[in-house]
Design a protein around this ligand. Structure first.
Ligand code: PLP
Length: 347
């Protein structure tokens, strides 16, 4: 069976975690500081490590001063982590539809939903493809880039995570790189970052206010640091698999992932669009030893019983995600493509 996703864990990573444990520092310590410094060196932006992408989103919104009475715009075609983060702050989540090509938030729909109360726009770069940042950054509302799926992607020569006011990453098991669980908040705004650092840990504070235990541990950071060293190699490998799929699936009658114009994808997911029959195709692939998946479980507007998001509904009907990850060999990728071709010829 070829799994849909798989983290890369090598002996160097296991040794790094063991070393951090031998050092006796199992909560936040020198490895966390070193991970943040590595991140800052790579992306040229101040970084604060946290316990997850969700806690990173929560802190980013709080640092921007988002709270009760405010509105935050986010796309409907995304996992519930973003909806949770907005609801944690007490602000009102306002959903926007997405673009058919790439599934990213639509700047045109966002513009229609901005009010006097809009405090922030959450912009996830879906499946590793950067959203079209230019029109989003022109809207005059702070943008929070969610790079949980897009670390290493670029837009117009700029790294994902360096364009919004305050931005986040996730290192969950199956993301581009992992620390088991974990996340990072980044910003070049000193004031925002000092708020994030203050809120992510509760001890040794002169003045009481509500804070959180959102710390990363040294064991996680030790793994994350070695993963970060491998990130470029991971992306090269993913790009190669995507190119193989592009080449082999050309005439299969499905819509292949869009090539974003000024952007370079991190190739987190390889998502194709079918003319219906996604559930059937997933079952047929599984029968032949390849696990495929719907790239999103359920869009937010369906949880909230809202209508008026035709593009997200269409993407839910048509999208199928093929296995792509650094450990997938060329031979396995060829098998995935050829199996998919056969399945599509039958329907
Ligand atoms: C995974 C993910 C998150 C949440 O990250 P966790 O580390 O699982 O909390 C947020 N946004 C997007 C786009 C994600 O893919």
């Amino acid at each position: 069976m070829i799994p849909h996703s798989l983290p890369t864990i090598n002996s160097k990573m296991i040794a790094a975690v063991a070393q951090s444990m031998r050092a006796g520092q199992v909560s936040m310590g020198p490895q966390v500081s070193a991970f943040e410094a590595d991140f800052t060196r790579k992306f040229k932006i101040e970084a604060a490590a946290v316990s997850s992408g969700t806690s990173a989103l929560h802190l980013a919104l709080l640092a921007l001063g988002v709270g009760k009475g405010d509105e935050v715009i986010l796309p409907t075609y995304v996992c519930t982590a973003l909806l949770n983060a907005v609801n944690y702050t007490g602000a009102k989540p306002v959903l926007a539809d997405v673009e058919l090509e790439g599934g990213n938030i639509s700047a045109t729909d966002v513009r229609k939903k901005i009010t006097r109360r809009t405090k922030a726009i959450l912009v996830p770069h879906m499946f590793g493809h950067p959203a079209d940042m230019k029109p989003l950054l022109k809207l005059g509302v702070p943008v929070v880039e969610d790079c949980a799926q897009a670390i290493g992607a670029t837009y117009d020569g700029r790294a994902a995570g360096t364009m919004g006011c305050i931005n986040i990453f996730s290192f969950y098991a199956t993301k581009m790189m992992t620390s088991g669980e974990g996340g990072m908040v980044v910003s070049s705004d000193r004031k925002l970052m000092s708020r994030v650092r203050d809120m992510l840990a509760y001890d040794h504070k002169d003045v009481y206010r509500i804070r959180f235990n959102y710390k990363m541990t040294d064991m996680q950071a030790a793994l994350g640091r070695v993963q970060l060293q491998h990130l470029n190699g991971f992306i090269v490998r993913r790009r190669k698999i995507a190119a193989l799929y592009d080449q082999r699936l050309g005439g299969v009658g499905v819509v292949l992932p869009a090539k974003p114009g000024v952007a370079a994808s991190a190739h987190y997911r390889y998502v194709v669009r079918l003319n219906g029959g996604v559930d059937h195709a997933i079952k047929a692939m599984a029968k032949r030893g390849v696990v495929c998946a719907k790239p999103l479980f359920k869009p937010l507007h369906q949880y909230l019983n809202k209508k008026g998001f035709p593009v997200a509904d269409q993407l839910m009907q048509e999208s199928l995600s093929l296995p792509i990850y650094p450990l997938l060999s060329d031979a396995q990728a060829r098998r995935v493509a050829d199996t998919f071709k056969k399945v599509m010829e039958r329907v």
